[in-house]
Design a binder for this molecule. Structure first.
Ligand code: GLA
Length: 581
């Protein structure tokens, strides 16, 4: 029986060695079996450009191994040491507005700076060579939460090369980026720059491509390290994904490059934290499945023990909530639940972050709570989850919704996905939250709200799914642009059986009265000319609000406006009945 991973980030270098033995003893009490070590240890491991010091890490890993605790051993590249910064000022990140950041926090690097890439591979190589055979080693943890963008000259050059690879010549780039708008036609690759701060609105296609480029640049940095470690070691290799609209990482693509999808999850709402966790868990499982791991197993690499840490405020959760949080992840296919961090740091930037062993010590309630949980989970193995329902959540669409100029600022793509997830889950289904690149054929029902950006491949995939008998729910604000952020009028008409003749984003106090119900539509209204569909819900003045279209062997439901939860549930119940016929 495969045991669950239980533990968290352990930063022993912050403590005198006498504390380490206590730590390991307490870990045994708490049934911890895996700790992430070394995430921010670069300045200890490599105190100077040509000096290495592994003695302390040897002793830590030996201690852990003696206690039967495994190590998820990190490469420390998320925080280069001060000597590196001094030697390579060009490797510091530059913000969109041209400010070169200085050392003093973490993530001060540019993944496109040759010196940083070389230094990263070097330290990964040294760790691989030294610890590949260590008995404590269970897994490699490359870097930490990739997501730091940079707009420096190294990035500019890298972007030009990346674009040349994607488009071939500048004519194709000009076409893709619609550069005749505002006289942006490029003749030479080196005229093209990252979307740095400019006078007014940036070009949305440029912004979108820059995110893709940043994601690919970081992925190359990850792969360099992965290959270095792989040459020395057979242990699984991963990196911890951080979630959120600000993260320039195409996780669906990355999921194919890790041995196990691992996410960090820090909900922001005390009241709704379980809902946020459920979404993140179903998303991690969806990424894993879409990346070719049919069992959908994934690992929760970090979450805060018994607390929600948001907006600078640490709020302890009520007793029992840490357990509920862990079970929310485990019931959704996590192969382990890990925390940040094991022992609270006395000083440093995150000295008030919650920990399993808080400043008050192991007598504190949180340690007791986590220990009881550890004991409970010790006998449990991972849960297999099968889902017949998928919710499409597309990070490219999320990015596209952040463009400087969109039809409505009132569409919060993530919130919309959360709502649908809640409705689908509330209807009693296990829901895989999947990227648009996932194979949909195994799902009975697929819901894709506000899928603003749809490439030709996505159009084809959705049609293929429905033609073969799938049931697809689409909403307003979908299929409006292609993968270069160019408007694609009429792109959904054949699929939904209606012509969308006018989009009307609504103001926050505007509603659409619906026939036969006191519920109203909000946020948006599409005026439809129905060609081949059946109207299943009308507005009070007789316009189509929800339509249904038989397409091939399947069914498409289109919502022209945003409905409340009850109304959404009705729509789903109805569609499901339809698909079961
Ligand atoms: C992230 C990081 C950790 C820590 C936590 C808490 O998930 O990976 O190093 O900073 O957040 O803020």
């Amino acid at each position: 029986m495969q045991a669950l991973h239980f533990g968290g980030d352990y930063n022993p270098e912050q403590w005198p060695e006498q504390v380490w033995a206590d730590d390991v003893e307490l870990m045994r009490t708490a049934h911890v079996n895996l700790v992430t070590v070394g995430v921010f240890s670069w300045s200890r491991l490599q105190p100077g450009p040509d000096e290495f010091d592994f003695g302390w890490l040897d002793r830590v890993l030996d201690l852990l191994d003696d206690a039967g605790i495994g190590a998820c051993l990190a490469t420390p590249t998320a925080s280069p040491p001060p000597w590196f910064t001094r030697l390579h000022p060009d490797a510091m990140p530059v913000t969109r507005d041209g400010i070169r950041l200085t050392h003093g926090s973490r993530d001060t690097y540019c993944v496109n700076a040759p010196a940083y890439r070389a230094a990263s591979t070097r330290i990964a190589d040294a760790l691989g060579a030294r610890y590949a055979g260590h008995r404590a080693l269970r897994m490699w943890h490359v870097h930490n939460e990739y997501g730091t963008p940079c707009y420096c000259d190294h990035c500019a050059t890298g972007f030009q090369v990346w674009l040349a690879g994607r488009y071939g010549d500048t004519d194709a780039l000009n076409d893709a980026w619609s550069t005749d708008f505002w006289s942006q036609r490029y003749r030479e690759w080196d005229e093209v720059l990252p979307p740095r701060v400019t006078q007014y609105l940036s070009n949305p296609a440029q912004v979108l491509d820059y995110r893709r480029f940043v994601s690919d640049s970081m992925l190359r940095h990850y792969i360099d390290q992965r290959e270095t470690l792989r040459a020395a070691s057979r242990a699984p290799i991963t990196t911890n994904f951080v979630l959120g609209g600000w993260v320039p990482v195409d996780h669906a693509r990355w999921a194919r490059e890790v041995d196990v999808v691992a996410i960090d999850n820090y909900p922001s709402s005390v009241d709704d934290h379980l809902t946020e966790r459920a979404f993140a868990a179903d998303l991690a499982r969806g990424w894993a499945r879409a990346a070719g791991h049919p069992d959908g197993r994934w690992l929760l690499m970090e979450h805060a023990p018994g607390a929600v840490h948001s907006g600078g405020v640490v709020r302890a959760l009520a007793a029992g909530q840490a357990r509920e949080a862990a079970l929310t992840y485990l019931d959704r296919g996590a192969v382990g639940v890990m925390y940040f961090q094991w022992r609270a740091s006395r000083g440093g930037a995150e000295q008030w972050h919650p920990a399993i062993v808080p400043h008050e010590g192991a007598a504190a309630p949180i340690f007791q709570e986590i220990s009881l949980l550890g004991a409970e989970l010790a006998g449990r193995s991972p849960t297999a989850v099968s889902a017949q329902v998928a919710l499409i959540f597309d990070e490219l669409t999320m990015w596209a919704w952040q463009a400087p100029h969109v039809p409505s600022r009132d569409i919060d793509y993530e919130k919309m996905a959360y709502r649908w997830h809640g409705v689908l889950g509330g209807a009693g289904s296990a829901v895989d939250v999947v990227p648009v690149t996932a194979s949909l054929s195994g799902y009975r029902l697929v819901v894709a709200p506000a899928l603003y950006l749809m490439s030709q491949a996505v159009h084809t995939a959705l049609r293929g799914y429905v033609l073969e008998g799938g049931t697809l729910v689409l909403t307003f604000a979908s299929g409006l642009v292609d993968d270069c952020a160019r408007v694609t009028p009429g792109a959904l008409d054949d699929l939904i059986g209606a012509r969308i003749v006018r989009h009307t984003p609504l103001l926050s106090d505007e509603t659409v009265a619906l026939a036969g119900t006191d519920a109203v539509g909000r946020r948006w209204f599409d005026q439809l000319e129905v060609t081949d569909a059946r109207v299943t819900l009308q507005t009070a003045d007789g316009a189509a609000a929800v339509i249904e279209h038989r397409f091939g062997a399947g069914l498409v439901r289109y919502l022209a406006t945003d409905l409340d939860e009850r109304q959404l549930l009705d729509t789903l119940a109805d569609v499901r009945k339809g698909s079961a016929e």
